[in-house]
Design a protein around this ligand. Structure first.
Ligand SMILES: [Zn+2]
Length: 357
């Protein structure tokens, strides 16, 4: 049970992955697509191993469901171990991975069957990669949907994808390799539902990015909103920002309402230190949201110079900063901050919600 500020105990809320064991038997899904397991807010999500066990319990109740699983994530692929469900695996080839070995202390680097430390031939990010157990022999399954190579640009990614042995070229209109993982997950889900692979791959190049997921707003010199809510997601957003060219400003907005997770300690596990790699390109950082004070402290510890760091709790003034900015701005909000900021920005840019057609 996570401990909150002041030593107060709070029961784990059964939402998200934790609800699987109750929701799966009720919905009886025909297809279940599982992407990855990374540490999330402790009070919403509990420990990664607990989330995996709840998912496994949910899956055991629906033996007829086709499982679409990320082969590169030992925690996800391990969920299928010994289960009778039909499985479709997706993942990156060795060439598409960055060949950076995960930190041995990282979650997901131990065998899901016997607990031995896994060996990695390559890794894309975090604990995702080509893993094998030297003790019991469990290893990454062969991927039915395999991303053979990726070329990521600022506006999208080009990928060579093999779908059950057939080779295709695809454009994914969302940048960053983690979105290519999401695309591969979508292709595997569509394949399980009997959709035509060519049509599904074509659709990856024509969807609109929305709801704070790499969503662009035409204000100031341009603003790009990337939702953050855990260290892994925040680190991927930082990867993308650091891989961009030119000067930029950064707004990080940390709320602590139920939908964000009340425990904001995860910001200490996110790699904000890497912002120093941007050097002079990083013109300014604004810490905002209900927990702007803690966030500003975190950013100070990360080495953001005091002269370039400020706090702004007013959402109204924050939007004014983005509008007045002379450099492109990246906005990294937690969930409820994203809802509020995108509503304000959408109103200014007369953008309709993507759900409004
Ligand atoms: Zn093992």
């Amino acid at each position: 049970m996570p401990l909150l500020k002041g030593g107060r105990k709070r029961a784990v809320i059964e939402v998200d992955e934790l609800a699987a064991r109750k929701v799966f038997p009720m919905l009886r899904p025909r297809v279940i697509v599982l992407t990855n397991l990374f540490r999330d807010q402790l009070d919403r999500y509990a420990e990664v191993e607990s989330a995996a066990s709840y998912l496994r319990e949910g899956i055991e109740a629906v033996p007829g469901a086709v499982l679409c699983l990320n082969a590169d994530d030992s925690l996800i692929a391990g969920l299928a171990d010994g289960l009778p469900n039909k499985k479709i695996f997706y993942g990156f080839s060795e060439k598409a991975s960055h060949n950076v070995r995960p930190d041995p202390g990282e979650e997901g680097t131990r065998c899901p069957r016997c607990g031995e430390a896994l060996l990695f031939a390559c890794s894309s990010y975090g604990h995702l990669g080509h893993w094998s157990c030297p003790s019991c022999g469990l290893s990454r399954p062969c991927a039915d949907i395999c991303v053979e190579s990726i070329s990521c640009g600022e506006s999208g990614s080009d990928a060579e994808v093999s779908v059950f042995g057939e080779h295709y070229s695809a454009h994914v209109c969302a940048p960053a390799d983690y979105n290519v993982y999401n695309a591969a997950a979508a292709v595997s889900g569509a394949a399980a539902a009997g959709c035509d692979a060519k049509a599904v791959l074509r659709s990856l190049g024509s969807f609109e990015r929305g709801f704070g997921r790499m969503e662009r707003f035409d204000v100031g010199a341009g603003a790009l909103m990337i939702l953050i809510k855990n260290p892994a997601g925040c680190d991927r957003a930082l990867d993308y920002i650091l891989g961009s060219r030119g000067d930029f400003g950064l707004i990080v907005c940390l709320n602590d309402l139920d939908a964000d997770g009340c425990d904001v300690s995860w910001i200490w596990d996110a790699g904000f230190e890497r912002l120093r790699e941007a050097g002079e390109r990083l013109k300014w950082v604004i810490a905002s949201g209900r927990r702007a004070d803690e966030l500003a402290t975190r950013l100070e510890y990360a080495g953001i110079p005091e002269s370039r760091l400020k706090k702004e709790k007013s959402a109204h003034r924050l939007i004014a900063e983005a509008e007045a900015a002379e450099v492109p701005v990246y906005i990294l909000p937690t969930y409820t901050a994203m809802m509020d900021m995108r509503r304000r920005l959408a109103k200014k840019t007369r953008r309709r919600g993507f759900w409004e057609g």
